[in-house]
Design a protein around this ligand. Structure first.
Ligand code: SAH
Length: 381
């Protein structure tokens, strides 16, 4: 059993809250900047490392707070270089974080919730039992974990790759719906983008949503990162089925929110994600309808080959169908890179590693489904 650490975490606190926490521990106000840099520039994992703080202050902090990172329940490294971690949080909850190296960047795919309430029919995370929001520290903790793994901290021999940092980009595309955990995601992104700390540019962060329309406006105004929208269908009829959230925020409202999104300029385009499901949403007519639906929005379309999981009700489109779909979008002026499946050998699809770590009984699954339906209904009210 993991040893549970009940002390509050310092990681993830916005600066004023950090200053206040330190004040309560008896530290002078100006120490907050020092501690902040230890946390996010040097990646300190113990208070003892903070050698420019008086010993007394370090002891006071250690007594009250923890700097513990999430534990690693499982780690898989793919032949293609991607890595997937099952991380264990202080309360024993588990989340997935995935690292994907590419030629010009290294992208960390971060979770925002344990499980998810949305029950998208093709998504494995939607079949999982426990659901809770991650706090800001748990979201930031995933970034710190990846930086620890690559030794990417100032003051240590941080081996930069020839394309720069290992962890150069963040996508909020892991488990959960980030816009249903707005405040914690916002606080975590404030820490991630702070130039005096982790210093990851907002332009290098993309938040993916299934389409929580009112929160999309707030996301643009208050978080200011790039937006990806999980579209997956071009009619309400099909989208109601694939992404049940569509019943609450139908396509018309969703597309209007996309058109309003403040970063929807040519420089920062909205990404429309479209999972390719054989015989379900992959016809040439649907490709043409998609181009019409997003007409006028500075956008790119990310065609995602469906990643099957045991018992999943769909199959991935054929490579020919994907290519045809992509060609039609290209002819309409939309770049539509086909997302190369990464880490298939390490169960990199959403939620798979977590499920592999524990067999869920049929009864638990039914209970979970009932709980989620309940949650979705409550959301809908
Ligand atoms: N809730 C957010 C973010 C998490 S899902 C959202 O819906 O956007 C991240 C992306 O992975 C989404 O586009 C989702 O539709 C896609 N996805 C989920 N399961 C998948 C699977 N089995 N195969 C391919 N893509 C999947």
């Amino acid at each position: 059993m993991p040893v549970l650490n009940s002390k509050p975490a310092l990681v993830g606190l916005p600066r004023p809250a950090l200053a206040q926490a330190l004040g309560e521990a008896g530290l002078a106000g100006y120490r907050a900047g020092q501690v902040y840099r230890w946390l996010y520039v040097r990646g300190a994992q113990t208070f003892d490392e903070m050698t420019d703080l008086p010993r007394r202050d370090r002891a006071a902090l250690a007594e009250r707070f923890t700097l513990a990172r999430p534990g690693v329940s499982d780690e898989r490294i793919s032949v293609d270089g991607s890595r997937k971690w099952l991380l264990r949080l202080a309360d024993g909850g588990e989340i997935e974080t995935v690292y994907i190296p590419e030629a010009d960047r290294g992208t960390l795919c971060v979770s925002s919730q344990i499980g998810c309430t949305l029950t998208c029919r093709f998504c494995h995370t939607g079949t999982q039992r426990l659901v809770r929001n991650l706090d800001a520290g748990e979201i930031v903790g995933q970034i710190l974990h990846a930086r620890d793994i690559f030794g990417e901290w100032s003051g240590r021999a941080a081996p930069l790759t020839d394309r720069g940092r290992h962890v150069s980009n963040i996508v909020l595309m892991g488990m959960g719906e980030p816009l249903y955990n707005f405040d914690n995601v916002k606080a975590a992104m404030a820490v991630a983008t702070d130039g005096d700390g982790l210093a990851i540019s907002k332009r290098r962060i993309t938040l993916s949503t299934a389409g929580v329309v009112p929160a999309m406006d707030r996301c643009g105004d208050e978080i200011g990162v790039n937006l990806a929208v999980s579209l997956h269908a071009v009619t309400d009829e099909l989208r109601d089925e694939l992404v049940p959230l569509n019943r609450k925020y139908p396509l018309k409202e969703l597309m209007a929110a996309c058109r309003r999104y403040p970063t929807a300029s040519n420089v920062r385009r909205i990404t429309f994600e479209y999972v390719m499901l054989a015989g379900v949403n992959d016809s040439p007519a649907e490709a043409r309808a998609l181009a019409r639906l997003i007409a006028g929005i500075p956008a790119k379309v990310n065609l995602i080959p469906f990643n099957p999981w045991p018992g999943s009700p769909y199959e991935c489109s054929t490579p020919e169908a994907v290519q045809r779909f992509s060609d039609i979008l290209a002819a309409a002026g939309y770049t539509s890179p086909v997302r190369t499946p990464r880490g298939r050998d390490i169960l990199a699809a959403c939620g798979q590693l977590k499920s592999a770590s524990r067999r869920v009984t049929a009864r638990e699954r039914r209970e979970a489904e009932r709980a989620r339906e309940h949650a979705v209904l409550e959301e809908a009210q």
